[in-house]
Ligand binder design. Structure first.
Ligand SMILES: Cc1cc2nc3c(=O)[nH]c(=O)nc-3n(C[C@H](O)[C@H](O)[C@H](O)COP(=O)(O)OP(=O)(O)OC[C@H]3O[C@@H](n4cnc5c(N)ncnc54)[C@H](O)[C@@H]3O)c2cc1C
Length: 408
């Protein structure tokens, strides 16, 4: 009789299993470990592979909200983010992010002509007044130091971070807790009313956990389906970002105020794999660009830069476009949610941060859900030995560092 092959499945018991190693999942992982929970984070690709590697890295302080003239609760929450992140960047906050590279301490906001009436509303808001300063001409960033520039420049309290170093600072101290999985290999068993069993057959493990937290960005949808749940609903809002590199460019971090509530263009500056300056362009250009193919989107970006900076010669620049989708909880008419989302349903918490900058708020909200349920960290660490020989994911590469994408 042929021998029967028995694959031994190792049982590992943890308090919490998180799906998704984007900024939100990583922030939560670090917070929960600090509080003594036993946690495993499962990632189907690489660390930061989803929306996070496409982020401009701006720690928003509420400018976009205040441009509507209204200061809501959501605006107050966002307004607290720059200070909260700065404490972490100084090594004194809830997480130590002292190793993160700060690309700029501030964002600028510029208007092409005189102040519009909307700007008056913006500055009337007390919240914004304390965070916004008019910049005098001699202190303008190099890009605006041109006699042809006719607008006004404001400095906003919005630091800009290098996302690769942020991912490293968040993930590296907890690397042993982050496993690389095959998304198709996951099966859930929810028959026990108090626990969820999660089998990863090809890895030979079964995780038994009190809570599953879905923080897989747009991957939350298929995980919910796998768990046989049809709520919450998710929405995807597309963007068509553009990157440009060349000798003509100097680093700048700025929103241009146009006719709408959203910035006409938002420019952040990064480095390609050879250290050359890259401008990463978002705002209205990226929102409206979803209707355009890559060639037309690059033409639109060239036209916009020529109209904003007629003195800039981009003729020798190289270009790429970056179509990407933001994953969020569904809203009426597909509007942008104005804050984080986390909701629990039978031991499964589904969450989206809405903004990278709001990851600390989302983690806090999830911690509250756990505590309300009486789930407290017991400082259990033995399970970590069981994870050592399992695969751990790599770090994602930032899109403008992928040479093959510079095709225009
Ligand atoms: C172009 C762009 C620019 C942005 N700029 C900013 C900005 O400047 N400032 C700001 O505050 N916000 C910004 N945002 C928003 C911000 O990027 C997102 O809110 C944030 O990155 C979302 O993080 P996340 O961890 O929820 O999801 P993601 O980063 O999408 O991470 C989800 C992770 O889950 C993994 N995954 C998917 N399916 C599975 C599965 N089945 N099993 C396991 N893992 C899975 C993915 O591989 C991925 O690593 C920007 C967004 C975009 C698109």
């Amino acid at each position: 009789m042929p021998a029967i092959k028995v694959n031994k499945i190792r049982q590992i018991k943890v308090d919490i299993v998180i799906f998704g190693a984007g900024v939100a999942g990583l922030w939560l992982l670090r917070r929960l470990l600090k509080q003594g929970y036993s946690v495993v984070l499962l990632e189907a690709d690489s660390i930061g592979a989803g929306q996070t590697r496409y982020a401009q890295g701006i720690i928003h302080g509420g400018t976009k909200y205040a441009l509507t003239g209204k200061v809501s609760d959501a605006a107050q929450t966002v307004a607290a983010m720059p200070e909260r992140w700065r404490r972490c960047l100084d090594g004194e906050g809830e997480l130590d992010l002292a190793q993160v590279k700060v690309l700029s301490d501030f964002q600028y906001l510029w208007s092409t002509t005189s102040l519009t009436s909307r700007m008056a509303g913006f500055f009337a808001s007390k919240l914004m007044r304390s965070r916004t300063q008019l910049v005098s001409q001699q202190d303008y960033p190099a890009l605006f130091q041109n006699p042809e520039f006719k607008g006004q420049v404001y400095q906003l309290d919005e630091p800009v971070l290098d996302v690769a170093s942020l991912l490293y600072a968040l993930a590296e101290p907890a690397r042993e807790h982050i496993l690389k999985i095959d998304a198709a290999d996951v099966t859930f068993d929810c028959t026990d009313t108090a626990l969820i069993k999660l089998k990863l057959e090809s890895m030979g493990i079964e995780l038994t956990t009190s809570k599953v937290v879905l923080m897989a960005g747009k991957g939350n949808q298929s995980l919910l389906a796998l768990l046989d749940r049809d709520t919450p609903s998710m929405q995807l809002r597309p963007l068509h970002m553009v990157a440009v590199r060349g000798r003509a460019l100097t680093s700048v971090y700025a929103h241009c105020l146009g006719a709408s509530v959203n910035p006409r263009i938002t420019i952040s500056s990064h480095q390609d794999s050879q250290g050359q300056t890259v401008w990463y362009l978002g705002g209205q250009l990226a929102e409206e660009g979803v209707e355009r193919d890559a060639a037309s989107q690059i033409k639109a970006a060239q036209k916009e830069l020529m109209s904003l900076f007629p003195w800039l010669d981009c003729s020798a620049c190289e270009w790429m476009t970056l179509p990407v989708e933001r994953a969020e909880v569904a809203q009426m008419q597909g509007h942008r949610p104005d804050t984080v989302y986390a909701q629990e349903n039978h031991h499964v918490i589904t969450a989206w941060p809405t903004k990278l900058a709001l990851s600390p708020v989302l983690a806090e909200q999830i911690e509250r859900l756990l505590q309300e349920d009486g789930l407290l960290g017991a400082g259990e660490t033995d399970f970590v030995n069981e994870l050592k020989d399992l695969p751990h994911p790599r770090y994602a590469v930032l899109p403008w560092q992928e040479e093959g994408r510079w095709s225009w």
